[in-house]
Design a protein around this ligand. Structure first.
Ligand code: BGC
Length: 333
């Protein structure tokens, strides 16, 4: 074999090996949704739990994850955070099924819709794997407990805040994260019930953002074109209010349009400081994550836990923000 052929062979083999390792690494990531990253260290831990959110990189869910990780550290739990990169119900369901198949000790997830999640949760529980719903309840399922906001009440609070802030006169557009998800439906229902008796409040339209920033902005744009009478918005999930504010600022309509959003992500707080968002509904994602793990450990140990634990919810306005910190707000846990 000539020297050149030998070099060509060596390069060929090297190239093949590098391609194989890339292929198996990414193939593994796609299939597992980053599931068993910490597999190697499993023996160190007493319990293996999985938290499955509807969207991995959503800032709101990162706060839930932080709370869960803090509790996991305290209780000797191997905690995996796995799910769709972008909100997608099939991937969400698949991740729960894969977690159950890998016989984890417990699954914490949202009970997004009765149709898809109730039978799934029931199947998992029947296999002997406890399920706790977090943030969104599937109340008709056999989940062992729910921890999260009272979503109906939080929507009701939003409605009452809007009435107070607009002096009972507003043409409202609602942008909701999803038409099918239980918590979104409850938030909208609570809001509708709160404004029901108000003659001066009209809900002009309800649109869906599919938990997507781009869609929320598109919908806000469209609403302003189609319904010039709209002078108030209610965004029912963490990114909706932010994108409504973005669009309203683009048209320089901050002084004409009232916005109430959801959650306390840094961008939302910035918009509150600027006066573009007038109010937001506070949730406690960090606490949801922390308590979910604590409750799960108790359940596994046979200690009773309450079937429903509601975390705090309330309205926050600019007057509730500390004045001593004029820069970027700290992230609210
Ligand atoms: C909801 C989460 C949702 C998030 C989307 C929050 O208000 O509680 O369920 O995933 O918004 O950005």
């Amino acid at each position: 074999m000539s020297k050149i052929t030998l070099i060509a062979y060596t390069f060929g083999i090297l190239f093949f090996l590098v391609s194989c390792s890339f292929a198996s690494f990414y193939g593994y990531k796609v299939v597992t949704h980053e599931l068993p990253k910490e597999e190697m260290t499993k023996e160190k831990f007493q319990y293996h739990l999985v938290l499955v959110p509807e969207e991995l990189d959503n800032e709101y869910w990162r706060l839930v994850e932080r709370g869960a990780k803090a509790a996991a550290k305290e209780y000797g739990v191997l905690l995996e955070y796995a799910g769709p990169k972008q909100a997608n119900i099939e991937d969400h369901v698949k991740t729960i099924e894969m977690s159950a198949a890998s016989k984890v000790d417990g699954i914490m997830t949202q009970g997004l819709s009765d149709e898809q999640f109730t039978p799934l949760i029931n199947r998992v529980v029947a296999k002997g794997i406890p399920v706790i719903t977090v943030d969104t309840d599937a109340a008709n399922s056999k989940r062992l407990a729910y921890i999260g906001t009272d979503n109906y009440y939080s929507g009701f609070l939003a409605g009452k805040a809007l009435i107070a802030d607009t002096k009972g006169k507003a043409n409202v557009a609602i942008i909701t994260g999803s038409f099918y998800a239980n918590h979104m439906q409850q938030r909208v229902k609570g809001f509708q019930d709160a404004v029901k008796g108000e003659k001066g409040i009209h809900i002009v339209t309800i649109e869906e953002s599919e938990i997507s920033r781009v869609k929320a902005a598109e919908k806000a744009n469209q609403i302003l074109q189609d319904y010039p009478e709209v002078n108030a918005f209610f965004g029912t999930s963490a990114l909706d209010g932010i994108e409504i504010a973005h669009v309203v600022e683009k048209y320089k309509m901050q002084n004409k349009i009232y916005i109430i959003g959801f959650d306390t992500l840094p961008e939302t707080l910035d918009y509150i400081r600027k006066g573009t968002i007038k109010a937001t509904v506070v949730q406690e994602p960090y606490q949801m994550g922390y308590e979910a793990v604590r409750m799960m450990i108790n359940l596994i140990k046979g200690i009773k836990v309450p079937p429903i634990v509601h975390t705090n919810t309330r309205i926050m306005r600019i007057t509730d923000l500390p004045v001593s910190n004029p820069g970027r707000m700290r992230e609210v846990k």
